[in-house]
Write a protein that binds this ligand. Structure first.
Ligand SMILES: [Zn+2]
Length: 176
């Protein structure tokens, strides 16, 4: 393994937040469903969505927790968590990076460790949450190290970007 590569600042990653929208089909009765919008900020790593490597672009994709419509959502709390100073959601110390569209942390999701060191933030040790534990590692996602000052700047722009999520009008209720 080329260990020099791991420590060189030339190989640090760049985080960006992208205003995004997903929908979730909700059943209001046995014969009726409607689509609920999920506005959120997606993570881009060097311009690409890391989760697409695992789940593709289709309907299996998962949103991040940067979702303003989420019950009890606090952007400051989410930013602290991404800065490695807020409490991680999962018992094993991993942070919830992508969660089920229903928004329930008890549901399945993808966690990672967020580690803060002098001048850097590192995301690593990705795993699927299956049941109560994160037992299924996701090798494809690897380790991302960011320069702390750049990373903080990106997070400081989150509120402005959340306001830029495209507006969404629900289609007519669907009859099954
Ligand atoms: Zn769910």
């Amino acid at each position: 393994m080329d260990t020099k590569c791991m420590t060189s600042s030339a190989h640090r990653h760049k985080l960006a937040l992208q205003p995004s929208l997903m929908t979730m089909e909700t059943y209001v009765s046995q014969s009726r469903s409607w689509r609920v919008p999920i506005p959120f900020l997606d993570f881009l790593m060097d311009g690409k969505s890391p989760i697409e490597r695992v789940l593709g672009k289709g309907s299996d994709r998962l949103p991040t927790r940067l979702q303003p419509e989420w019950e009890h959502f606090s952007l400051d709390e989410q930013i602290d968590r991404l800065l490695g100073i807020g409490a991680a959601e999962y018992e094993d110390g991993r942070a919830a990076m992508y969660i089920c569209r229903c928004g329930d942390l008890d549901c399945f999701g993808i966690g990672a460790r967020i580690e803060r060191e002098a001048g850097t933030i590192t995301w690593s040790d990705w795993a699927w949450k299956d049941g109560f534990k994160l037992t299924d590692p996701i090798e494809e996602l690897g380790t991302f190290t960011f320069t702390l000052s750049e990373y903080e700047e990106v997070l400081a722009g989150a509120a402005r970007l959340l306001a830029a999520v495209p507006s969404w009008a629900p289609p007519k209720q669907k009859m099954l």
